[in-house]
Every structure is written in structure tokens, then in C-alpha cells.
Design a protein around this ligand. Structure first.
Ligand SMILES: *Cc1c(COP(=O)(O)O)cnc(C)c1O
Length: 491
């Protein structure tokens, strides 16, 4: 990567010293086989002691910002705290040490957990057909659209070719649609930040496969006409795909199935506290209406015998839905991600689940209220859901400071910056999602920092242009890094 480094710290290869070794093995009790002489030299492995390795990786880990350190206000990503009890549960032998080839008789506990999770996600979404297979939100989207396609084709309705996608949508929505072989048709956002119903009425017709709708949308606003929008598409014979990435704003409060969504994915690594990224992998289960359940990918966990049956033997089994679109993932999805989400949901229980959404929404509105006199909001200051967008355009016009400068300066205050330049429809966009796991104190500290940065933009814009000032690497050439990645230490 092409980077400007402030500090030069030794890399593990530079710490290498010939003959130094980090492991002490017991005497060998089997015949020795020599590695080919040149092997070690060719591999050019670093020769380091244990303490060198530990210090190297500890140093690296301390350069990393994480949810365990502080607010991670990355809009649309729901970077909430990941409770440690989830990690205790995944260490249980029955979860951690089973093998996917073990048969259902020996894994009834794991199947019961999956069955319960399917049921809970079905109840939360109001959509009872559930597959746990997809490995992420994006794969859930693809799965959902394939299910919708299979449904239309099963009805011999092959003329439907276009997917309607609001212009504020996440990039995965149009990507999914075109990967499924469909044309993407954009729908405008109206002046209040909702999907433009007049536009939708014009575009929804007998060539419409579905509408892909994110609600609350990526502006952090609840679609005020969501039922009407779903009705328009249904009247045209299309279905409605719900992008459930923002479920954190409504979980336990509103059910997408109740307001007209037919298919929904949930990002368990957003709403249900499964770690993202390095702590991942995630999971993107898909929930559908009853009439779509036969098309879901399998296997799905089912009850092996009727509820009241006295018959002995296994209680849960795997089954393939009758008209399944096929598997979308090896085995049963990212199993341990499912365990974490299960534990999280059970820890709240039915009665308390809505507190997640209530606190996420109040936190976002509190932060918005603290910032509204300093930053501007593109759609006025409508009551937001779990996140909100601001625009840095006034700073650009008045002081020549752009949103990237603001985001980089936030790092100097010890915070992870919010999402920037998304959604694409908002110029100089800052998208802030505090999540419910921030205290009022931490929200206030973050707001104070943003307000101070706005003042710096006025008085000393160069300070923002040069930020971050105290990071191991400063501004990355992101385009070069993506196009010409240098992945080896030595060429
Ligand atoms: C995160 C997100 C996705 C994609 O989900 P992944 O799990 O990252 O694949 C899709 N849509 C929206 C609105 C998102 O925020």
C-alpha cells in the first residue's frame, strides 16, 4: 500500500535474527525427517523469539480501534458492543466441537438452537419462513432475489425483468439485482427523504420483479408511506424485498411482514451483536412469507415429529424445501455466528427486545439534537430512527474543508469516524449511527468533539487538511491501494 508513515516501527521480518527460535519442542519420539535444505531459506520465515512475536502482534493490536474501546459511529453498520457472554456460549463443547458431517442424532442440541433461532427471527420479522444459510447481508439479498425469481417463474411469469431500487440504497441492492440477471431501475427520494410514491406508481408494472426497500432507509428515516409503497408494487404483481440492515431501529417495535415486506434479510452482525470483520464472520438469514417458504435454500431445521407425539427418538431434523433454489452456502451457514445471535436474543427475551430499538433511536436523536445547530441536515431535522445523515457542504463552501477532512480530524480526538460519502445522494455526507450501547456521557463527549472540529474548520482549516496528526499512517492513497495492492513485504 502506498502510505505515508509517521513512525517507523520494526516489522516482524526486521526483528529476525538468524538462529533465534520461538518454540521449545520436547524430544522427538518418532523418526526425524529433514526438511529439504533449501526449504527454510526459500520460505524466508522470520526467526524470532516468543516475546518478539507477542510484542509485535500486541503492538499491532493496539493500533486497531474497536468497539471495546469506544464509540464506533459507522452509519448503516450498527457497530454495537458485542456482549462477552456470546463468546462464552460459542466455546461450549456442543457448539464449538461438533463437525458438520455429524448426523442429526448426535447434534440435537445444535439443531434445537437453530430451530429456535429460525422461529425467533420469523416472529421478529413477521415472516415465518426462515433460512439461516446466507453468510452476510449481501448474500441474503442474492438469496432473497433468487427466491423471488423462482416464485415468478413457478407461476410462469417470465416477463418480469426489472427491480426497483431507491436512489439512496446500499450498493449491494443494485449489485444483487444485476447479479440475478435483472435490470435496475432507480427511484427518486422525495423532499422529505421518503421514496417518491408518484415515481413508484409510474414505474411499477407487469415487468416489475420486486421493489428493494430499506426501512428505515439509509438516511435514517422511517419510510412514512411504506404500506402504500408495498401496496403499489403488490398491485402490479411484484413482491417487496426488505433490506433489513436497519432492523436495529425497529426490532421488537414494528414487524416488516406486517407493513407489507415479503422477503427480508437480517444482518446478525448488525442487529444481533455478532462481531463484524476481524471478529466475524457474520450471517444474513432470510425470512419470507409462507407462500415463498418452499423456494428457500436448504437444509432447514424442522421438527422431526409432531409436538405431542410420545414417540422416542430425535426431535429435530434437516429438510430441503420442496422447490428449493438450492444451497447458497456449505453446510448450515456460519454456525457460531448463529449461536451468538441466539444468545443475544434470548438474553433480552420477547419483553425486552424493543428496548434495543428504543435506545438506539433515542441515542441517535439525542446526538442529532446536539449537532443540529452546528452541522446541517439535508432533509431538515425530521425525527430520525437509529442513525442520521448530515452534510458538510457549508464547510466546503465557506472554509474549503471537506467531509473527509472532518472525518480524519475525528481520529485525532480518539474516535472512529462515521461513514462518509454514503448515501451517494447526499453531497459531503456524514452518516452517524451511535447505537444503543453508548451512554449519555460518551454521546456528549463525541458531540463536543464534532462541535470543536466545526470551530477548527472556521479558525484553522489547515489543521483539518493535515489530519490525522497522531496516527501510525496518515492519509492513504485509497485508489492506488485498491488498484495496485502490494501484499508482500519484499518483492
Ligand atoms: C450492511 C448493509 C448491507 C450489506 O450487508 P453485509 O452484511 O455487509 O453484506 C446491505 N444493505 C445495507 C443498507 C447495509 O447497511
Amino acid at each position: 500500500m502506498s502510505i505515508v508513515s509517521n513512525k517507523t516501527e520494526p516489522l516482524i521480518y526486521e526483528l529476525s535474527s538468524p538462529g533465534r527460535i520461538g518454540a521449545a519442542l520436547p524430544d522427538c519420539d518418532v523418526p526425524k525427517t529433514e526438511l529439504p535444505k533449501s526449504a527454510r531459506a526459500e520460505l524466508k520465515l522470520p526467526e524470532v523469539s516468543e516475546v518478539d512475536v507477542v510484542r509485535h502482534f500486541t503492538r499491532l493490536s493496539q493500533k486497531n480501534y474497536c468497539v471495546d474501546l469506544g464509540i464506533y459511529p459507522l452509519g448503516s453498520c450498527t457497530m454495537k458492543y458485542n456482549p462477552k457472554i456470546n463468546e462464552e456460549a460459542v466455546k461450549l463443547r456442543g457448539f464449538a466441537q461438533i463437525h458438520p458431517y455429524q448426523d442429526a442424532d448426535g447434534t440435537q442440541g445444535a439443531l434445537e438452537m437453530m430451530y429456535a433461532l429460525q422461529t425467533m427471527l420469523g416472529e421478529i420479522s413477521g415472516l415465518p419462513g426462515v433460512t439461516l444459510q446466507p453468510a452476510a447481508g449481501a448474500q441474503g439479498e442474492l438469496t432473497g432475489i433468487l427466491v423471488i425469481r423462482a416464485y415468478h417463474l413457478a407461476r410462469k411469469d417470465a416477463k418480469r425483468k426489472k427491480v426497483l431500487v431507491p436512489d439512496s440504497a446500499h450498493g449491494t441492492n443494485p449489485a444483487t439485482s444485476s447479479m440475478s440477471g435483472y435490470a435496475v431501475v432507480n427511484i427518486k427520494t422525495d423532499a422529505r427523504g421518503n421514496i417518491d410514491l408518484d415515481e413508484l406508481r409510474k414505474l411499477a408494472d407487469d415487468a416489475t420483479v420486486c421493489l428493494m426497500l430499506t426501512n428505515p432507509n439509509t438516511l435514517g428515516l422511517f419510510e412514512e408511506n411504506v404500506q402504500a409503497a408495498c401496496q403499489i408494487v403488490h398491485d402490479a404483481g411484484g413482491l417487496v424485498y426488505g433490506d433489513g440492515a436497519n432492523l436495529n431501529a425497529i426490532v421488537g417495535v414494528a414487524r416488516p411482514g406486517d407493513y407489507g415486506i415479503d422477503v427480508l434479510h437480517s444482518n446478525l452482525h448488525k442487529t444481533f451483536s455478532v462481531p463484524h470483520g476481524g471478529g466475524g464472520p457474520g450471517a444474513g438469514p432470510v425470512m419470507v412469507r409462507d407462500f415463498l417458504a418452499p423456494f428457500l435454500p436448504g437444509p432447514i431445521v424442522v421438527k422431526a415429529r409432531p409436538e405431542r407425539s410420545r414417540r422416542k427418538g430425535k426431535r429435530y431434523a434437516f429438510a430441503m424445501p420442496k422447490k428449493s433454489v438450492g444451497r447458497v452456502k456449505s453446510f448450515y451457514g456460519n454456525f457460531l455466528a448463529l449461536v451468538r445471535a441466539y444468545v443475544y436474543i434470548r438474553a433480552f427475551g420477547k419483553e425486552h427486545l424493543r428496548e434495543i430499538a428504543e435506545n438506539a433511536v433515542i441515542n441517535a436523536n439525542y446526538l442529532l439534537a446536539r449537532l443540529r445547530d452546528t452541522y446541517s441536515a439535508p432533509y431538515g431535522f425530521r425525527r430520525c430512527k437509529h442513525e442520521f445523515v448530515l452534510t458538510g457542504t457549508p464547510f466546503k463552501e465557506k472554509y474549503g474543508v471537506n467531509t473527509l477532512d472532518i472525518a480524519k480530524r475525528i481520529q485525532d480526538y480518539g474516535y472512529y469516524p462515521p461513514t462518509v460519502y454514503f448515501p451517494l445522494t447526499v453531497p459531503e455526507c456524514l452518516m452517524i449511527e451511535p447505537t444503543e450501547t453508548q451512554s449519555k456521557e460518551s454521546l456528549d463527549e463525541f458531540a463536543d468533539a464534532l462541535i470543536k472540529i466545526a470551530e477548527e474548520a472556521r479558525t484553522n482549516p489547515q489543521l483539518l487538511h493535515d489530519a490525522p496528526h497522531d496516527a501510525p499512517v496518515t492519509r492513504l492513497d485509497e485508489v492506488k491501494a485498491a488498484r495496485e495492492p502490494v501484499l508482500r513485504y519484499k518483492h
